[in-house]
Design a protein around this ligand. Structure first.
Ligand code: ZN
Length: 158
């Protein structure tokens, strides 16, 4: 699916962990509103959140620059794949390494951003408090991110 810029900017509110949402129902209601034309992907994202393994957020901590601004923090997320034998997918603010996202990214235009159920799950999961957060020093963060990318590449060439 493709999201308009407006949808993406509304949606990114969900990533602000300092925000308090009235109730899980409110979060879902808002998500339905933002994604009114994409309800199928929303359902799939909720299934991802329902699965046994949780999403993990890896965040880098800058020793010299402690900031509470969510947008200046560097994060990536590991999202469990539907089949448990498969490696989790890696999502960043810039995308996801699943086949669906990769396919969508080929046809992207300047007014739309590709979006897959994993990224939606990250957003909604964060707002619902269903994401485990691991904060690490910058160099460790980079290593985790490269490792995740390398594993995924290795598996897809098998
Ligand atoms: Zn994905």
């Amino acid at each position: 699916m493709m999201l308009s810029e407006a949808q993406v900017s509304l949606f990114s509110n969900f990533l602000d962990r300092n925000k308090r949402w009235a109730s899980p129902e409110d979060v879902i209601k808002l998500a339905r509103f933002y994604l009114h034309d994409q309800l199928k992907v929303l359902e799939s994202a909720l299934e991802v959140l329902d699965s046994e393994s949780r999403i993990t957020c890896f965040e880098s901590r800058h020793a010299d620059n402690i900031t509470e601004d969510a947008n200046s923090r560097r994060s990536f997320w590991r999202v469990p794949a539907a089949t448990s034998e498969r490696e989790p997918y890696t999502c960043t603010r810039g995308g996801c390494d699943c086949p669906r996202y990769t396919e969508l990214a080929k046809n992207v235009d300047e007014n739309h951003e590709p979006m897959c159920k994993h990224i939606i799950a990250v957003y909604i999961g964060t707002a619902l408090g269903l994401v485990d957060v691991t904060i690490m020093p910058c160099h460790e963060f980079v290593k985790h991110l490269t490792d995740a990318g390398a594993r995924r590449k290795h598996n897809s060439t098998k």
